[in-house]
Design a protein around this ligand. Structure first.
Ligand code: AMP
Length: 118
């Protein structure tokens, strides 16, 4: 298993070394606009403290944090007015899924008809 890279882009965003367009933050979670959006609303929800590369590394003790990420995503769907029109939550894991940043993240996508899922 790869070890967590403390210098990945999202770790640097959490440390405020790289600017992000934030839409939500608490002690555990940060959410910000994707800087290369694939839908009219494209927000990333990430854990701030937990050093998890991707979903394949989640353990039982991470379950409530993962649930909170999903909850924050649905709150943001409401905030950005896409809860009624529809949205998609995506977590990529590894190369086949095209994961590019090795810090676990949840994509919130919506605001228009989305293309096929795979
Ligand atoms: P994934 O392909 O699932 O690893 O998604 C990583 C996402 O992070 C992509 O949609 C990128 O556009 C996005 N991204 C990369 N760097 C930044 C950044 N500095 N600010 C905001 N989003 C970023």
């Amino acid at each position: 298993m790869d070890s967590y890279d403390d210098n990945n882009i999202f770790a640097r965003i959490i440390r405020n070394e790289i600017l992000s367009n934030n839409v939500y933050e608490d002690e555990e979670i940060l959410a910000f606009h994707d800087n290369n959006p694939l839908a009219p609303v494209h927000i990333l929800i990430i854990p701030k403290v937990a050093k998890i590369i991707g979903p394949s590394e989640i353990s039982r003790s991470d379950a409530s944090l993962m649930g909170k990420m999903v909850y924050v995503a649905t709150e943001l769907a409401r905030k950005f007015g896409i809860d009624k029109t529809g949205f998609r939550l995506v977590m990529n894991n590894g190369s086949d899924a095209g994961q590019t940043v090795p810090h676990i993240h949840l994509h919130l996508l919506g605001g228009g008809t989305l293309s096929n899922i795979a």
